[in-house]
Write a protein that binds this ligand. Structure first.
Ligand code: PEP
Ligand code: MG
Length: 321
């Protein structure tokens, strides 16, 4: 088993009938690069930058952030590295930035909402990202977008950061891809409109399941309701992939679902282009994908998407494999 996985290092992630996908890793700090290399990640699909902020006792400077981003981009070059802008709030807090207590933190002042409210914090990060872009293949991703207005505003701040660097004569890559996470149901439902303004989508199923099913992802008592097989969730995923492809952009997934061997066949069949997961799951996922037929999985996914119950879906998958 272990030797079999070892032998898959350097191989492509391709189905029996030639459908190629990208298997990337999720990371939280430059230290995680070791795991990416060890497990032959084809890129980074999610670099959660909040750890730079959480491991500090004050806001990280532009310079500190620049160093952290460069430390991932440079050794991984030319592989694609998706760096997500600050996603603080919800379950993640900062000791040095105190905000009012909220009744529903997951529905509250977090992620892009905070960044668009505190543009100085946001712009510092965007400047650091732009400066680091010349060291590798950077893609910038915005979290928790729930409307087109937010997306356009975030892109506007990015443009302001670019203008500042232009004025200061500081270099950054041209053609950096800009994408957004689909983790709010409203974004999945409006993904046709959003797709016109980004280069990629990445589906954040950890939050998408939480918000679609109205189940707090941290609440043990209702954990049985937090179900990736929920047909409502799967239909939003399908809608997102279809709408992305209609606009000619690639669609990835960086929530836990992307590394779940029970879900990979359906996701493949739905047309997902990139799967980003904990590095340890990459080689097993490659093994699985290389054993599947894409055309068959398309039919399989078609059947599943028409089922009305999570239980029925789960049982069907179990029986099929
Ligand atoms: C997600 O919501 O699926 C996701 C990848 O983001 P996080 O787990 O950091 O909220
Ligand atoms: Mg999330």
């Amino acid at each position: 088993e272990k030797r079999e996985l070892e032998a898959l290092k350097g191989e492509v992630s391709i189905t029996l009938d030639g459908r190629k996908v990208e298997l990337a890793g999720n990371i939280g700090t430059p230290k995680d690069i070791k795991g990416l290399i060890k497990n032959d990640a084809e890129g980074v699909g999610l670099y959660r930058t909040e750890f730079i902020y959480m491991d500090n006792d004050s806001l990280p400077t532009e310079e500190e952030q620049f160093e952290a981003y460069k430390a991932v981009l440079e050794p991984m070059k030319p592989k694609p590295i998706v760096i997500r802008t600050l996603d603080i709030g919800g379950d993640k807090e900062l000791s040095y930035l105190k905000f009012d207590e909220e009744m529903n933190p997951f529905l509250g002042y977090r992620a892009i909402r905070l960044c668009l409210d505190k543009k100085d914090i946001f712009k510092t990060q965007l400047r650091a990202l732009l400066r680091a872009s010349v060291y590798g293949n950077l893609k910038i991703m915005f979290p928790m977008i729930s409307s087109l207005e937010e997306l356009l505003e975030a892109k506007e701040v990015l443009n302001e950061a670019k203008k500042e660097l232009d004025d200061e004569g500081i270099d950054y890559s041209s053609g950096i891809e800009v994408g957004m996470m689909i983790e709010v149901p409203a974004a999945a439902l409006a993904s046709d409109a959003l797709a016109k303004h980004v280069d990629f989508f990445s589906i954040g199923t950890n939050d998408l399941i939480q918000y679609t099913t109205a189940v707090d992802r941290m609440n043990e008592k209702i954990h049985h309701l937090y179900n990736p097989f929920n047909p409502g969730v799967l239909r939003l995923i399908k809608m997102t992939i279809d709408n992305g492809h209609k606009e000619g952009i690639w669609v990835g997934m960086c929530g836990e679902m992307a590394g779940d061997s029970r879900m990979i066949p359906i996701l493949l069949g739905l047309g997902l282009d990139e799967f980003s997961m904990s590095p340890i799951s990459i080689l097993p996922a490659r093994k699985l994908i290389r054993s599947l037929d894409y055309k068959e999985m398309k039919k399989f996914a078609d059947e599943i998407i028409n089922m009305g119950s999570a239980k029925e879906i789960e049982e069907y998958i179990q029986k099929y494999f």
